[in-house]
Design a protein around this ligand. Structure first.
Ligand SMILES: Cc1cc2nc3c(=O)[nH]c(=O)nc-3n(C[C@H](O)[C@H](O)[C@H](O)COP(=O)(O)O)c2cc1C
Length: 209
């Protein structure tokens, strides 16, 4: 399977070349992320795709990750702070329309979700949303590898600074995790030629039959 080869090829790049990733590939990665599974299926995060150099310079301030500004694109996965009744209502209505169902056909789903999320604290909502955002991150890593686009997933950033620079709080969002995209600078990235370190499969996984 090519996927395994591509996953062996990918690594978390430390140093990028100046080459840009074309927008067609970026759009395919965005589409793959949008197709990710999410718990309850309500996609409780949003994606920001940033190329603006000044904004990226600001976002990288104080971080050890130069890849925040020194790469082709920066993706920010931003989880919801709260799952509101309005959001659930609108999302379920969209599902009904996309599936050619009558208005109200998914009321049971809507009411169940509204009941469930009303029992959760805002903190629980935010943690749950971030978990869903990480599933999107996983998809992005795989999609990028399939397109032979390099990437670096990162938690080494200042979420408060991201909130401030991108105005996330006003949008009811918080920065969960970020991903840079670009092309490796093989001559200057010490990790480019280092073999992958992974557990033996039998130690990592157990088949119970
Ligand atoms: C959620 C997450 C956060 C990470 N944060 C950083 C980071 O801030 N900076 C960095 O250089 N690498 C970061 N990494 C990359 C990991 O160190 C890397 O994936 C791991 O060492 C395995 O190596 P590989 O991805 O090259 O196979 C992160 C990876 C993940 C999945």
């Amino acid at each position: 399977m090519d996927l395994i080869k591509n996953l062996q090829w990918r690594y978390a790049v430390k140093k990028y070349s100046d080459e840009s990733v074309n927008e067609d590939k970026i759009d395919q990665i965005i589409e793959a992320i949008n197709l990710s599974a999410s718990s309850c299926g309500i996609q409780p995060y949003r994606l920001f795709v940033i190329t603006n150099p000044e904004i990226r310079q600001r976002l990288g301030e104080g971080s050890f990750n130069a890849q925040i500004h020194a790469s082709s694109h920066l993706l920010v996965f931003a989880g919801f702070n709260k799952i509101t009744n309005d959001y659930i209502t609108d999302y379920v209505e969209m599902m009904e329309q996309q599936r050619d169902m009558e208005n109200g056909a998914l009321n049971l789903l809507k009411d169940t979700l509204i009941d469930y999320f009303s029992t959760q604290t805002p903190e629980q909502n935010a943690i749950w949303s971030s978990k869903q955002a990480y599933i999107g991150l996983g998809t992005a890593l795989i999609a990028a590898a399939e397109l032979k686009v390099d990437s670096t997933p990162m938690e080494g950033f200042d979420p408060k600074l991201f909130d401030e620079v991108l105005g996330l709080s006003e949008k009811g969002l918080h920065a969960s995790v970020i991903l840079s995209l670009g092309y490796r600078d093989s001559d200057n990235d010490y990790l480019a030629s280092v073999p992958k370190a992974r557990l033996p499969i039998n130690e990592f996984s157990t088949k119970i039959i």
